[in-house]
Design a protein around this ligand. Structure first.
Ligand code: SF4
Length: 728
């Protein structure tokens, strides 16, 4: 097959898709009328690809006709009415874009007819899902996204390929089938667990479902990059440079797949295939090679990494099971269980403490008590105390809880191990498979030793681990650990913004939102909820040139708003001069910008003279007339939006929570689930404010989802916000 054949096939495929779309649209309009609503669930971006590239807001079948017209222009290598046209490979990529735009309409029709999502497949990926993955992409837990089209040559090869992707922390998105064989089925037949937590997401077993990967990727520049729909040149540059996706085409190709592939290449995503096809070197829209064949399945993953230019964090730990971030969310169910510790099954805790130089022998791992291959017959649990002792010249007491918290992640990275909770509320499970591969308790020590060195070498010089599995030992040691837990809690909860002269920046999200700057203070954590002031401080000690930089606060410019001259200067410089100043305590006056991966949104409700807070997991309507998804569309991209603020959950409990506007007393509505999550701590804050009954006066969705209902309730309970100074 020559490159000319590829162009011919693509041309034919594009023509077919445009024609099929026209016919399908005509039929749908005849059946349902032009005013029939067409939409994907839980998105703020209409048909996202069309919205991003063509600036069209498709709401009805009638609106699709305009999209089709634009696609026809592109298919004839003519610019759209907005001037969209790519001059590359003799214009054939325009046919590719025409194809994927039409495929988005076809997928919309599938949703309309309830044919998508297919059974046990994700289908369209929501805005919320994209936001929740943002932080994992920026911190390297996800290093890439492989869109796998078609089945592997056999089931064993499918498993091998997926394990290779998982071990490199690459998320696999599964699409399509050839003659009834699909990658998804191949994995299911081999009992591989599927799901985002396992880094494997089946979108659908038809090839059309590939569009859901495309229209997911195209939302990143709108959500994080501060770009607006219609800025197609910048959007395509963003997908090329910042969305680490690529296509793995296996076993089958036809003219429609070729046409779709051309659209994918236009977005900067290269294609790696096991098929005999003409090779395409670097083109204007890709960073490196565009189309590459690799028939040896053992080499496919490294070829993908090379061709997409991925930065993969490889973790090589000497244990008998695979080890990578991709296994973090894996569950060990009852039927797979070999042995467990903690939870409801036994007494268990984990504890990390700093010691003097002579008290720690690096690499020493001791098991005191029986191992998991010495369980009494019929028993499936053991008591467990994990005690990690570290020494480091730069180690500080404040870092102990931060390192201890990593035990959860480090253990979860091992395939076949599950870790839940922390301290004396942990719960660890080891699967039969991990046990059969040779996993024993000392390997927990091996993991902690290796990972603490690998990730925290700047503050940790030596690590030793002791594991106790006899109940009297665990009972004896637990009170000592608990005493430290209490001391730590007292120390951290006593910290205030006034008690330090240094805040920390977080610029991690700038890889997606180039103008966004988080300022992290003792009383305000990063908006993703993952970085507290202590975390940022530790991170700076570990990587002095990294994303968390100390900022000496300098002179107070406005105490009420929370503005300092050095903080403002820093924000101005690091936001590429797009932000002049930032108020740490205000919602209304120069609030902090938002990148896109916020846990919650605070939004003003003017009628109530108060604010509502909604979290990412709440799918319903809120009294400000918008769902989380819709609201989120106006908050991200590294811009300041007075009246709207992305925040971490725990900031709601802070004394500095929008204190410039009166703080927690302004809170009039919050989803029931979030209220429950904040629980007693929210009650405690209300008591501190002298309003012990405030919690009962804060409305939730079981009482009101419109501003009228909300206002009625607030008046009934005499909510304090109604009596406060006007917000506007
Ligand atoms: S603290 Fe802010 S910048 Fe840092 S990862 Fe979280 S959201 Fe992104």
């Amino acid at each position: 097959m020559s490159a000319d054949v590829l162009v011919q096939l693509g041309t034919k495929g594009a023509e077919t898709v445009v024609k099929v779309t026209g016919d399908a649209l005509d039929k749908a309009i005849k059946d349902k009328g032009p005013g029939q609503v067409i939409a994907f669930p839980e998105t703020n971006y209409y048909l996202p690809l069309t919205n991003a590239l063509l600036k069209l807001e498709v709401k009805t079948l009638g609106d699709c006709l305009e999209v089709l017209k634009q696609a026809e222009s592109l298919n004839n290598n003519q610019p759209t009415s907005d001037g969209f046209k790519i001059d590359c490979l003799g214009g054939v990529l325009n046919k590719g874009i025409a194809t994927i735009i039409c495929e988005e309409i076809l997928a919309g029709l599938k949703y309309l007819n309830k044919e998508h999502p297919q059974k046990d497949s994700a289908g369209f990926l929501s805005d919320t899902l994209l936001r929740s993955l943002g932080i994992q992409l920026v911190d390297g837990r996800i290093s890439g996204i492989a869109v796998i089209l078609g089945p592997a040559k056999d089931e064993d090869s499918a498993v091998q390929l997926i394990r290779d992707f998982q071990s490199k922390s690459i998320v696999s998105i599964l699409v399509g089938n050839a003659g009834g064989r699909s990658f998804k089925k191949q994995l299911e037949n081999k009992n591989v667990e599927l799901g985002l937590e396992d880094y494997i997401v089946p979108l659908g077993e038809d090839y059309l479902s590939a569009i859901y990967a495309v229209n997911w990727a195209v939302r990143a520049p709108l959500m994080y990059g501060g770009l607006k729909s219609g800025q197609w040149q910048e959007i395509l540059k963003y997908t090329q440079q910042k969305v680490p996706a690529f296509v793995v085409l296996l076993s089958h190709v036809d003219e429609i797949i070729v046409a779709t592939g051309l659209g994918v290449l236009a977005m900067g995503f290269p294609i790696i295939t096991d098929l005999e096809v003409p090779q395409l070197g670097k083109i204007d829209t890709t960073l490196y090679e565009a189309l590459v064949t690799e028939k040896d399945y053992k080499k496919i993953v490294s070829k993908c990494i090379e061709v997409r230019g991925l930065k993969v964090r490889v973790t090589d730990i000497p244990i008998p099971v695979p080890y990578a971030a991709a296994f973090e969310g894996e569950r060990v169910r009852k039927e797979q269980l070999q042995v467990e510790f903690g939870g409801k099954s036994s007494l268990s805790f984990e504890y990390l403490t700093a010691k003097n130089i002579n008290e720690v022998e690096d690499g020493k791992i001791e098991l005191i008590g029986p191992d998991i291959d010495q369980l009494e017959k019929g028993s499936k649990s053991l008591p467990l105390a994990i005690i990690a002792e570290v020494y480091g010249r730069k180690m500080q007491k404040d870092f102990e809880p931060i390192l201890e918290r990593q035990i959860h992640r480090f253990i979860n990275y091992a395939m076949g191990l599950m870790h839940v909770g922390q301290r004396e509320m942990n719960w660890i499970r080891v699967s039969k498979d991990a046990f059969d591969r040779g996993f024993r308790l000392k390997h927990i020590g091996v993991i902690l030793h290796a990972m603490l060195h690998q990730e925290y070498s700047a503050i940790v010089d030596k690590v030793q681990v002791r594991l106790y599995t006899r109940r009297p030992d665990v009972e004896r040691l637990l009170p000592l650990a608990k005493k430290t837990f209490d001391e730590r809690d007292a120390r951290i909860s006593g910290m205030t913004d006034e008690s330090v002269d240094t805040f920390y920046s977080c610029l991690l999200c700038q890889s997606f939102a180039p103008n966004h700057v988080c300022i992290v203070t003792p009383e305000r954590l990063g908006l993703c909820g993952a970085y507290s002031w202590l975390d940022a401080k530790a991170s700076f000690e570990i990587t002095p040139t990294g994303p968390n930089q100390p900022i000496q606060k300098g002179n107070v410019l406005d105490k009420r708003l929370g503005q300092w001259d050095n903080v403002n200067d820093f924000v101005k410089q690091k936001s590429n001069k797009t932000l002049e100043k930032v108020s740490m305590y205000s919602l209304m006056d120069s609030p902090q910008s938002s990148c896109g991966c916020f846990e919650c949104i605070v939004a003003i409700i003017p009628e109530a003279n108060g604010v509502m807070v909604v979290h990412r997991d709440y799918p319903g309507m809120t009294p400000c007339g918008m769902s989380f998804t819709t609201l989120a569309g106006s908050v991200g991209g590294g811009v300041q939006t007075p009246g709207f603020l992305g925040v971490g959950k725990l900031y709601i409990l802070s004394k500095k929570f929008i204190s410039a506007e009166g703080g927690l007393k302004r809170l009039v509505w919050i989803p029931k689930e979030l209220k429950g999550l904040l629980g007693d701590r929210l009650k405690k804050r209300a008591q501190e404010l002298g309003c012990p009954d405030l919690i009962d006066k804060i409305c939730d969705e079981t009482i009101a989802t419109t501003s009228e209902e909300l206002l009625k309730f607030l008046k009934q309970v005499k909510h304090p916000a109604l009596e406060m100074e006007a917000m506007l």
